[in-house]
Design a protein around this ligand. Structure first.
Ligand code: HPA
Length: 274
Protein backbone atom coordinates (compact mmCIF):
# COMPACT_ATOMS: atom_id res chain seq x y z
CA UNK A 1 0.00 0.00 0.00
CA UNK A 2 1.18 3.49 -0.82
CA UNK A 3 2.02 5.51 2.23
CA UNK A 4 1.52 9.25 2.19
CA UNK A 5 5.32 9.59 1.85
CA UNK A 6 5.32 7.57 -1.38
CA UNK A 7 2.45 9.60 -2.79
CA UNK A 8 4.16 12.90 -1.97
CA UNK A 9 7.45 11.77 -3.51
CA UNK A 10 5.75 10.40 -6.62
CA UNK A 11 4.01 13.73 -7.22
CA UNK A 12 7.16 15.75 -6.49
CA UNK A 13 9.15 13.55 -8.93
CA UNK A 14 6.53 14.09 -11.62
CA UNK A 15 6.59 17.86 -11.15
CA UNK A 16 10.40 17.89 -11.22
CA UNK A 17 10.28 16.04 -14.53
CA UNK A 18 7.86 18.63 -15.94
CA UNK A 19 9.50 21.83 -14.67
CA UNK A 20 11.39 23.68 -17.33
CA UNK A 21 13.14 26.35 -15.24
CA UNK A 22 15.01 26.11 -11.94
CA UNK A 23 13.16 24.78 -8.89
CA UNK A 24 10.83 27.30 -7.24
CA UNK A 25 11.85 28.72 -3.88
CA UNK A 26 8.42 29.99 -2.94
CA UNK A 27 4.83 28.78 -3.33
CA UNK A 28 1.69 30.91 -3.51
CA UNK A 29 -1.86 29.69 -2.96
CA UNK A 30 -4.23 31.97 -4.85
CA UNK A 31 -7.56 32.39 -3.07
CA UNK A 32 -11.02 33.10 -4.49
CA UNK A 33 -10.92 35.94 -7.01
CA UNK A 34 -7.15 36.34 -6.65
CA UNK A 35 -6.35 34.48 -9.86
CA UNK A 36 -5.17 37.73 -11.54
CA UNK A 37 -2.16 37.69 -9.21
CA UNK A 38 -1.19 34.48 -10.98
CA UNK A 39 -1.37 36.31 -14.32
CA UNK A 40 1.63 38.40 -13.20
CA UNK A 41 3.82 35.30 -13.34
CA UNK A 42 6.12 35.31 -16.39
CA UNK A 43 8.11 32.51 -18.09
CA UNK A 44 5.16 30.28 -17.30
CA UNK A 45 4.79 26.57 -17.37
CA UNK A 46 1.23 25.59 -16.51
CA UNK A 47 0.30 22.11 -15.33
CA UNK A 48 -3.37 21.22 -14.92
CA UNK A 49 -4.31 19.36 -11.74
CA UNK A 50 -5.91 16.58 -13.80
CA UNK A 51 -2.51 15.63 -15.17
CA UNK A 52 -0.70 15.61 -11.81
CA UNK A 53 -0.55 12.15 -10.22
CA UNK A 54 -2.27 11.94 -6.81
CA UNK A 55 -3.65 15.51 -7.01
CA UNK A 56 -7.33 15.94 -6.21
CA UNK A 57 -9.32 17.92 -8.80
CA UNK A 58 -10.78 21.33 -7.91
CA UNK A 59 -14.50 21.87 -8.53
CA UNK A 60 -15.46 25.37 -7.39
CA UNK A 61 -16.51 28.07 -9.83
CA UNK A 62 -13.78 30.69 -10.20
CA UNK A 63 -11.02 28.16 -9.52
CA UNK A 64 -9.32 26.89 -12.63
CA UNK A 65 -7.24 24.13 -11.05
CA UNK A 66 -3.66 24.42 -12.22
CA UNK A 67 -0.12 24.91 -11.00
CA UNK A 68 1.71 27.84 -12.54
CA UNK A 69 5.51 27.63 -12.46
CA UNK A 70 7.39 30.78 -13.43
CA UNK A 71 8.90 34.04 -12.26
CA UNK A 72 7.44 36.72 -9.98
CA UNK A 73 9.40 39.58 -8.45
CA UNK A 74 12.56 38.07 -9.94
CA UNK A 75 12.10 34.78 -8.06
CA UNK A 76 11.17 31.30 -9.22
CA UNK A 77 7.74 30.56 -7.84
CA UNK A 78 4.91 28.09 -8.16
CA UNK A 79 1.32 29.25 -7.73
CA UNK A 80 -1.74 27.12 -7.06
CA UNK A 81 -4.62 28.51 -9.03
CA UNK A 82 -7.53 26.82 -7.32
CA UNK A 83 -7.29 25.13 -3.94
CA UNK A 84 -9.05 22.17 -2.36
CA UNK A 85 -11.64 23.13 0.22
CA UNK A 86 -12.85 20.92 3.05
CA UNK A 87 -16.46 21.90 2.24
CA UNK A 88 -16.11 20.33 -1.20
CA UNK A 89 -15.82 16.98 0.53
CA UNK A 90 -12.05 16.51 0.33
CA UNK A 91 -10.51 15.16 3.49
CA UNK A 92 -7.81 17.07 5.34
CA UNK A 93 -5.01 14.97 3.80
CA UNK A 94 -6.25 15.92 0.30
CA UNK A 95 -6.76 19.59 1.20
CA UNK A 96 -3.16 19.85 2.39
CA UNK A 97 -1.48 17.45 -0.07
CA UNK A 98 -0.15 20.21 -2.38
CA UNK A 99 1.63 21.86 0.56
CA UNK A 100 3.35 18.55 1.37
CA UNK A 101 4.44 18.32 -2.27
CA UNK A 102 5.78 21.90 -2.22
CA UNK A 103 7.85 21.05 0.83
CA UNK A 104 9.13 17.90 -0.89
CA UNK A 105 10.24 20.11 -3.80
CA UNK A 106 12.44 22.00 -1.32
CA UNK A 107 10.18 25.04 -1.01
CA UNK A 108 10.47 26.73 2.39
CA UNK A 109 8.29 29.81 1.96
CA UNK A 110 4.55 29.89 1.43
CA UNK A 111 2.17 32.75 0.69
CA UNK A 112 -1.51 32.01 1.26
CA UNK A 113 -4.40 34.22 0.27
CA UNK A 114 -8.14 34.00 0.62
CA UNK A 115 -11.42 35.86 0.54
CA UNK A 116 -12.92 36.40 3.97
CA UNK A 117 -15.82 38.02 5.76
CA UNK A 118 -14.86 40.86 8.08
CA UNK A 119 -16.01 41.10 11.69
CA UNK A 120 -13.59 43.84 12.77
CA UNK A 121 -15.60 47.06 12.87
CA UNK A 122 -12.73 49.05 11.32
CA UNK A 123 -12.78 46.94 8.15
CA UNK A 124 -14.36 47.91 4.81
CA UNK A 125 -15.24 45.68 1.87
CA UNK A 126 -12.19 45.48 -0.42
CA UNK A 127 -9.69 45.86 2.44
CA UNK A 128 -6.59 43.69 2.47
CA UNK A 129 -5.78 42.09 5.84
CA UNK A 130 -2.38 40.66 6.71
CA UNK A 131 -3.06 37.52 8.74
CA UNK A 132 -1.19 37.76 12.05
CA UNK A 133 -2.64 34.60 13.59
CA UNK A 134 -5.50 32.17 13.15
CA UNK A 135 -8.10 30.21 15.09
CA UNK A 136 -8.74 26.67 13.86
CA UNK A 137 -12.47 25.94 14.03
CA UNK A 138 -12.41 23.12 11.50
CA UNK A 139 -13.74 19.94 13.12
CA UNK A 140 -10.50 18.14 12.31
CA UNK A 141 -6.79 18.87 12.43
CA UNK A 142 -4.88 17.86 9.27
CA UNK A 143 -2.14 16.33 11.44
CA UNK A 144 -4.53 13.91 13.17
CA UNK A 145 -3.40 10.32 12.73
CA UNK A 146 0.00 8.70 12.39
CA UNK A 147 2.83 11.22 12.34
CA UNK A 148 5.67 10.80 9.87
CA UNK A 149 8.81 12.30 11.39
CA UNK A 150 10.09 12.89 7.84
CA UNK A 151 7.29 15.43 7.45
CA UNK A 152 7.53 17.15 10.82
CA UNK A 153 7.21 16.68 14.59
CA UNK A 154 4.29 14.99 16.36
CA UNK A 155 3.45 18.09 18.41
CA UNK A 156 4.44 21.16 16.39
CA UNK A 157 4.51 24.56 18.07
CA UNK A 158 2.07 27.11 16.66
CA UNK A 159 3.44 30.17 18.44
CA UNK A 160 4.39 31.94 15.22
CA UNK A 161 2.23 30.47 12.45
CA UNK A 162 2.73 33.60 10.30
CA UNK A 163 6.36 34.70 10.09
CA UNK A 164 6.87 37.98 11.95
CA UNK A 165 9.67 39.09 9.61
CA UNK A 166 7.41 38.68 6.57
CA UNK A 167 4.67 40.70 8.32
CA UNK A 168 7.16 43.48 9.13
CA UNK A 169 8.39 43.50 5.55
CA UNK A 170 4.85 43.65 4.17
CA UNK A 171 4.06 46.58 6.47
CA UNK A 172 7.16 48.39 5.24
CA UNK A 173 6.17 47.83 1.61
CA UNK A 174 2.58 48.96 2.28
CA UNK A 175 3.97 52.08 3.89
CA UNK A 176 6.33 52.82 0.98
CA UNK A 177 3.57 52.25 -1.59
CA UNK A 178 0.86 53.99 0.46
CA UNK A 179 -1.37 50.91 0.45
CA UNK A 180 -4.20 50.54 2.99
CA UNK A 181 -3.41 47.29 4.76
CA UNK A 182 -5.07 45.99 7.94
CA UNK A 183 -3.90 43.33 10.41
CA UNK A 184 -5.99 40.60 11.95
CA UNK A 185 -6.76 37.11 13.15
CA UNK A 186 -8.32 34.72 10.62
CA UNK A 187 -10.95 32.26 11.81
CA UNK A 188 -11.06 29.11 9.68
CA UNK A 189 -14.35 27.27 9.56
CA UNK A 190 -15.85 24.63 7.26
CA UNK A 191 -18.61 26.50 5.42
CA UNK A 192 -20.16 26.23 2.87
CA UNK A 193 -22.75 28.32 4.69
CA UNK A 194 -21.81 31.92 5.30
CA UNK A 195 -22.20 32.86 8.95
CA UNK A 196 -25.37 33.78 10.79
CA UNK A 197 -25.25 37.24 12.44
CA UNK A 198 -24.74 35.53 15.80
CA UNK A 199 -21.85 33.45 14.42
CA UNK A 200 -20.03 36.52 13.04
CA UNK A 201 -20.49 38.11 16.45
CA UNK A 202 -19.21 35.00 18.23
CA UNK A 203 -16.11 34.85 16.00
CA UNK A 204 -15.41 38.52 16.76
CA UNK A 205 -15.83 38.02 20.51
CA UNK A 206 -13.38 35.09 20.57
CA UNK A 207 -10.73 37.25 18.91
CA UNK A 208 -11.34 36.92 15.16
CA UNK A 209 -11.16 39.80 12.69
CA UNK A 210 -12.12 37.85 9.56
CA UNK A 211 -13.64 34.45 8.80
CA UNK A 212 -13.24 32.13 5.85
CA UNK A 213 -13.42 28.52 4.69
CA UNK A 214 -9.79 27.73 3.89
CA UNK A 215 -6.14 28.49 4.70
CA UNK A 216 -5.88 27.14 8.25
CA UNK A 217 -5.32 23.47 7.22
CA UNK A 218 -2.65 24.44 4.66
CA UNK A 219 -0.87 26.71 7.15
CA UNK A 220 -0.86 24.01 9.85
CA UNK A 221 0.76 21.57 7.42
CA UNK A 222 3.26 24.19 6.21
CA UNK A 223 4.30 25.01 9.78
CA UNK A 224 4.51 21.27 10.56
CA UNK A 225 6.98 21.00 7.66
CA UNK A 226 9.03 23.95 8.92
CA UNK A 227 7.92 26.37 6.20
CA UNK A 228 7.69 30.11 6.80
CA UNK A 229 4.26 31.49 5.97
CA UNK A 230 2.81 34.83 4.94
CA UNK A 231 -0.98 35.12 4.70
CA UNK A 232 -3.46 37.69 3.53
CA UNK A 233 -7.23 37.96 3.37
CA UNK A 234 -9.27 40.13 1.09
CA UNK A 235 -12.33 41.33 2.99
CA UNK A 236 -15.20 40.66 0.60
CA UNK A 237 -18.19 41.21 2.90
CA UNK A 238 -18.90 42.29 6.46
CA UNK A 239 -20.80 40.38 9.11
CA UNK A 240 -22.10 41.03 12.59
CA UNK A 241 -25.18 41.60 14.71
CA UNK A 242 -26.39 44.77 13.02
CA UNK A 243 -25.10 44.14 9.50
CA UNK A 244 -27.68 43.31 6.85
CA UNK A 245 -25.15 42.61 4.09
CA UNK A 246 -26.00 39.27 2.41
CA UNK A 247 -22.84 37.80 0.89
CA UNK A 248 -23.06 35.75 -2.29
CA UNK A 249 -20.26 33.86 -4.05
CA UNK A 250 -20.46 36.35 -6.97
CA UNK A 251 -20.19 39.34 -4.62
CA UNK A 252 -17.23 37.74 -2.87
CA UNK A 253 -15.45 37.24 -6.20
CA UNK A 254 -16.20 40.78 -7.37
CA UNK A 255 -14.90 42.33 -4.13
CA UNK A 256 -11.75 40.20 -4.33
CA UNK A 257 -11.11 41.46 -7.85
CA UNK A 258 -11.49 45.08 -6.64
CA UNK A 259 -8.73 44.52 -4.10
CA UNK A 260 -6.49 43.11 -6.81
CA UNK A 261 -4.28 46.18 -7.41
CA UNK A 262 -3.34 46.31 -3.71
CA UNK A 263 -2.73 42.57 -3.56
CA UNK A 264 -0.60 42.55 -6.71
CA UNK A 265 1.47 45.59 -5.63
CA UNK A 266 2.04 44.17 -2.15
CA UNK A 267 2.70 40.53 -3.00
CA UNK A 268 4.94 41.03 -6.04
CA UNK A 269 7.22 43.35 -4.05
CA UNK A 270 7.09 41.09 -1.02
CA UNK A 271 8.11 38.08 -3.13
CA UNK A 272 11.07 40.08 -4.46
CA UNK A 273 12.24 40.92 -0.93
CA UNK A 274 11.36 37.92 1.20
N1 HPA B 1 -17.68 33.85 5.69
C1 HPA B 1 -16.98 32.75 5.39
N2 HPA B 1 -16.21 32.67 4.32
C2 HPA B 1 -16.15 33.73 3.52
C3 HPA B 1 -16.86 34.90 3.78
C4 HPA B 1 -17.68 34.95 4.92
O1 HPA B 1 -18.36 35.96 5.21
N3 HPA B 1 -16.58 35.78 2.78
C5 HPA B 1 -15.71 35.16 1.95
N4 HPA B 1 -15.44 33.92 2.39
Amino acid sequence: MDTILNLINQTADYLRSQMEGPAPELAIILGTGLGPLGEQITDRKVIKYESIPNFPVSTVEGHSGQLIFGKLGGKNVVAMSGRFHYYEGYDMKQVTFPVRVFRALGIQKLIVSNAAGGMNKEFKVGDVMIITDHINLFPENPLRGKNFNELGPRFPAMTEPYDLRFIELADKIADEKQLRVMHGVYVGTTGPTFETPAEYEYFRVIGGDAVGMSTVPEVIVAVHGGMKVFGLSVITDLGGKDIKDVPSHEEVQAAAVRAQPTVVALVSELVARM
